[in-house]
Design a binder for this molecule. Structure first.
Ligand SMILES: NC(=O)c1ccc[n+]([C@@H]2O[C@H](COP(=O)([O-])OP(=O)(O)OC[C@H]3O[C@@H](n4cnc5c(N)ncnc54)[C@H](O)[C@@H]3O)[C@@H](O)[C@H]2O)c1
Length: 394
């Protein structure tokens, strides 16, 4: 079934069936479900648990007709019953299961009912995509958001590391879940697919953290047009693609629930606020990212979608800097970017000395800024520096 229909219907169902607590939902279109016509057909399937209720929507592929039918049937439903339906069968399209958390969705769709730990974090049961979430800042952010109760989509080009990370997080057996999706953020189809898979899996999207980024240092003499284009595609165009496809789903949610705020957050850099010597391809893309943030913020606030950039200082402990072969310490040493530096430790000391806080930026510093932005309802279009005092706004 077309992603367009699913992206339009499933987030609406999530909002229709949420009262105080925002639900999660899962779309399933396995063949037995596509053939099901009525409640008896569904109940004859052994993976369908004894539900508190099934609601059936007439066969049509017109999203507006489906929404109209749903609105009428759900209002009748709520006249007689307090809990939401566990399942909504969209005849000929698939089944939407609805529950309070991701582990309960598994059970509704046939998984054994094993105990899981409930969570009570600051982003409990929110649905959050982290691009470039397999390692570095993204990996750390994904892990901490999971600890704070979010359903975290680790969206990365690196399948092996990303899958392992999702499996390691899920080994904690919490009621929220981590989920890996392979994506290339510079490719429109791939980003569209990432958002569609998120909606199928969790029913909507509350926050996207556009974090995937690459850095290849070099002055004008060294920088090839190909490397410049690659960096721009990932760091700049990738952010546009994330905002484009994520906002479409977020708009559906805001349409069906008043004052439902969602977030597009770009992990920018202090190099988005101040030029960076022999690093213009990176700084240029990051400066551009702030222009996108300010413009998206104006366009999307009517839909209660906040758009902010977070501008971290250097994350010396992460692989971007510390990888022994391709890390920035090695690159900058070889490029002669730090006058007089003979060893990696000289490069590191040079950069640490530029930070009033005397150390590099850490994942927890960035996470605090992310949680601030998510919890705010009155902050959009900003570039929030997290630089230990190295960059101060004018
Ligand atoms: N490391 C720093 O010092 C620092 C400082 C400020 C800002 N940042 C920003 O933080 C973000 C993350 O940087 P990092 O240092 O953690 O990087 P990293 O290289 O450690 O990790 C980047 C991740 O992105 C993934 N990725 C790369 N290209 C991709 C693509 N096309 N599609 C999907 N995934 C892709 C990689 O597989 C990797 O898992 C970047 O946007 C970067 O500009 C980093």
């Amino acid at each position: 079934m077309s992603s367009l229909i699913i992206n339009r219907i499933v987030p609406a169902i999530r909002m229709f069936t949420s009262h105080e607590k925002i639900m999660v939902a899962r779309f399933d279109d396995r063949i037995e479900l596509l053939k099901a016509e009525n409640e008896d057909d569904l109940m004859s399937l052994d993976f369908i648990k004894k539900p508190s209720g099934i609601l059936i929507v007439d066969e049509t592929t017109d999203p507006d007709e489906i929404i109209d039918d749903l609105t009428v049937k759900l209002s009748t439903w709520y006249e007689f019953r307090t809990p939401h339906p566990d399942y909504i069968l969209l005849k000929g399209i698939g089944l939407v299961a609805i529950a309070e958390n991701a582990a309960a969705l598994d059970v509704l769709l046939g998984a054994p009912n094993e105990p899981v730990a409930g969570v009570s974090g600051r982003v409990r049961d929110k649905i959050i995509i982290v691009t470039g979430g397999a390692q570095g800042f993204g990996g750390g952010i994904a892990e901490l958001l999971y600890t704070q109760g979010a359903n975290v989509i680790i969206a990365d080009l690196n399948e092996e590391t990303g899958r392992k990370m999702a499996a390691d997080l899920n080994a904690h057996r919490q009621s929220n879940q981590a989920y890996f999706i392979k994506v290339n953020v510079s490719n429109a189809e791939s980003v569209e697919q990432m958002v569609a898979s998120t909606v199928r899996r969790f029913g909507g999207l509350d926050v996207i953290i556009s974090n995937a980024g690459i850095l290849r240092a070099g002055g004008l003499d060294e920088m090839t047009p190909e490397t410049f284009a690659l960096m721009t595609d990932i760091n700049y165009k990738g952010y546009f693609l994330c905002a484009k496809y994520a906002s479409a789903v977020m708009k559906v949610q805001s349409r069906y629930r008043e004052n439902y705020f969602t977030d597009i957050i770009q992990i920018n850099s202090k190099s988005g606020l101040k030029g960076s010597n022999r690093n213009f391809a990176y700084a240029g893309g990051k400066f551009g990212g702030i222009g996108l943030t300010q413009s998206f913020a104006m366009e999307l606030m009517p839909f209660k979608i906040k758009v902010n950039s977070i501008c971290p200082g250097n994350f010396f402990e992460g692989p971007l800097w510390s990888d022994p072969e391709r890390g920035l310490f090695v690159q900058y040493l070889n490029a002669g970017k730090v006058p007089g530096a003979k060893e990696i430790k000289d490069v590191k000391a040079f950069y640490e000395a530029q930070v009033p806080a005397g150390r590099g930026c850490r994942v927890i510093d960035v996470l605090r800024a992310i949680l601030y932005v998510i919890e705010q309802e009155y902050e959009t279009g900003q570039a929030v520096p997290v630089t230990g005092g190295q960059n101060m706004l004018n």
